[in-house]
Design a protein around this ligand. Sequence first.
Ligand code: E4P
Length: 216
Amino acid sequence: MHIFLDTANIEQIRQAARLGIVSGVTTNPSLVSNEGMADYEAVVKEICSIIPGPVSAEVLGTKAQAMIEQAHQITRWAPNVAIKIPATADGLEATSALSKDGIKVNFTLCFSLNQALLAALAGATYVSPFVGRLDDIGHDGMALVTDIVDVYKRYGLPTQVIAASIRHPQHCVAAAKAGAHIATVPYAVLMQMIRHPLTEIGITRFLADWKRVSPA
Ligand code: E4P
């Protein structure tokens, strides 16, 4: 399973990039506005220059034609940009058109297997089931990831599943077990993935033992 970073924070992206394990970034309008950055184009271009893998940028139009026009505009910003299109009928129409033009679409705000199936039929490169938001309303978000992975496998559909709206490290474990191709994680969760108290205790103990026997 690949790891994408789910943020528009440039400093976090730089720090995570140094770890050498981040192969893409997902942003959305909320994440960009959280950073208080007005120039969307500049932000996306900068992220694309830090991370060579796919960087998802979301369209803001709600009608298919507006989405298509904005997507074409965004793809001119950087060669590694992917376009986030919401899971609506207009989004589906835009996804079909953009996929035919060879543009990578990340079909986002996906909350059902039917939406994911249609995304794949429209030629989306990625589909993003929002695990945390489903959990928030008492559904089983990861069960949707499992279902999408199984159905795509059964029908040989090449769309990659991005487990999104990840809230904690156990979501990453479950996404990997479910067979998600990618998990897109907030920076804090990425840091939680590497940390383990027994690793910290082990290092402290090794260093203390080494000091006891090493000459002063
Ligand atoms: C993914 O592409 C989305 O940007 C993100 O995972 C949404 O997460 P949230 O539900 O925590 O806002």
